[in-house]
Design a binder for this molecule. Structure first.
Ligand code: ATP
Length: 237
């Protein structure tokens, strides 16, 4: 059962010159839920998480577990408990899974112990490949290496940018199970995803962006039946 609201996003707006990429979005994420963020190409989904994580300068306020993140650079937001992945995969091909995962945590205040890492690999189904170079892995496993890297700093909330990109439907199903296990272990997830099957299957809540605006927010059932969503998005895919 989802708990208290842990991430509050209030009036988030991001502008690129004359383009309003994200327009006054307000929503809250509950602890222990998976929130899916959907919408057509160019709707502003990535820009929205860039604004939340400090990679784009944004209007509005972000608070995590009661702490304001406003004005903080990305690494400070990460240290405050907000993890994220990036679209496409930025992994070091020749390095092993575990080398990729610990990159970036060496300077962290809260470095993962080897026990933390073992637990993380088990959770994500990476235990058997932890010592292998990333170049040898399937696309599904590679996506999970990015997720593991985002989780290595033990965030309270993690923002995932299209974790199922490039996966076939079997791999998506498997990834979905791993994300649910992650959620059940106490990590709150906000996930941009185009695979509607996956979104409807694993998300507790769904937020729909269109032209930078939040046009709907609700449970998968509510979203499926929302005429504005069907018009803006579902109908066109
Ligand atoms: P997709 O599903 O294709 O990844 P998206 O919903 O994530 O799309 P964004 O990539 O956030 O959408 O783009 C939202 C809008 O902001 C688009 O009009 C895009 O052209 C514009 N935009 C995004 N990044 C920049 C940038 N760095 N400079 C200028 N405009 C940008």
């Amino acid at each position: 059962e989802p708990g208290e609201e842990i991430l509050h996003l209030n009036g988030i707006g991001v502008r690129y010159g004359a383009v309003v990429a994200v327009d006054d979005v307000t929503l809250a994420v509950r602890e222990g839920e998976i929130l899916g963020l959907i919408g057509p190409n160019g709707a502003g989904k990535t820009t929205f998480i860039d604004g939340i994580s400090g990679y784009a300068s944004a209007d509005g306020t972000v608070s995590l577990n009661g702490e304001s993140l406003d004005g903080l650079p990305p690494h400070r937001r990460s240290r405050a408990g907000l993890g994220r992945t990036f679209q496409g995969i930025e992994l070091y091909e020749d390095l092993t899974v575990e080398e990729n995962v610990v990159v970036g945590t060496t300077a962290a205040a809260d470095r993962p112990t080897s026990e933390d890492l073992d637990q993380l690999y088990r959770l994500l189904g990476l235990g058997s490949v932890a010592k292998r170079p990333v170049a040898e892995l399937s696309q599904g496993r590679r996506q999970l290496v990015s997720v593991a890297r985002a989780l290595a700093g033990r965030p309270r909330v993690v923002l995932l940018d299209e974790p199922a990109a490039g996966l076939d439907s079997d791999e998506s199903l498997w990834l979905g199970e791993r994300l649910q296990a992650m959620r059940d272990s106490g990590v709150t997830v906000v996930m941009i995803e185009h695979d509607m099957g996956l979104v409807l299957e694993i998300c507790d809540k769904i937020a729909v962006l269109d032209l930078g605006r939040l046009i709907a927010f609700g449970t998968p059932d509510e979203i499926k039946g929302n005429p504005e969503v069907v018009r803006a998005y579902l109908g066109s895919t």
